[in-house]
Write a protein that binds this ligand. Structure first.
Ligand code: FE
Length: 193
């Protein structure tokens, strides 16, 4: 796939740049790996779930999140210094959102952790655009015909996060308990909470 070729080419260039920086003494050997490891260790769907739980329990945070996703997640310490823009899209009774990257595999890694294999698959990337209702049904998410579906195509600059609907009967749960209900797939839009 072209995405894999692009990734391999970028990997080579990054490795070359890393070697040059180390040879010139600009960064100590291994420093880049340490930063990347720390980033990946912190990248988890738990982060996205915390953002959602905050939005469910704090109406003004929810409004800020929908108005400017990047700034709102940075309030909670995520995507600091990121050059990417985050757009948060909210599910309602009438509208369900689902995220894809048709070109390759762009994904809000900091909020969701490493992407699942199916997200990068040719089948998901091509089919979810053409027949989202069928694809979601295959994930076990059967939406009523009255619910419209919007498919958001990610890019290098713009990433998307789905704000799922808060389940009924969760009024007494704490923010942490709510966060524990939110799955990675719910944040992509291939599951409900
Ligand atoms: Fe991509």
């Amino acid at each position: 796939m072209s995405g894999d070729h692009a990734d391999a080419s970028i990997s080579r260039r990054v490795r070359r740049l890393e070697t040059l920086l180390e040879e010139k003494g600009i960064v100590p050997g291994g420093a880049v790996d340490e930063v990347l490891d720390a980033f990946l260790a912190g990248a988890s769907p738990v982060n996205g779930a915390r953002v959602v739980a905050r939005a469910w329990t704090d109406e003004s945070y929810r409004a800020r999140l929908l108005a400017d996703g990047t700034a709102a997640v940075q309030e909670l310490g995520y995507m600091d210094g990121s050059y990417q823009r985050l757009r948060v899209v909210e599910n309602t009774d009438a509208l369900h959102n689902v995220v894809v990257c048709t070109l390759c595999s762009c994904y809000p890694l900091a909020l969701l952790g490493p992407s699942p294999g199916w997200y990068k698959s040719e089948a998901y990337r091509s089919r979810v655009v053409r027949e989202p209702r069928s694809v979601l049904a295959e994930f076990g998410l059967h939406l009523p015909p009255s619910t419209d579906i919007t498919v958001w195509d990610s890019s290098a600059e713009t990433r998307y996060l789905v704000l799922p609907r808060r389940p009924e009967g969760t009024e007494s749960l704490t923010e942490d308990e709510l966060a524990a209900l939110v799955t990675r797939n719910a944040l992509i839009g291939t599951a409900a909470v």
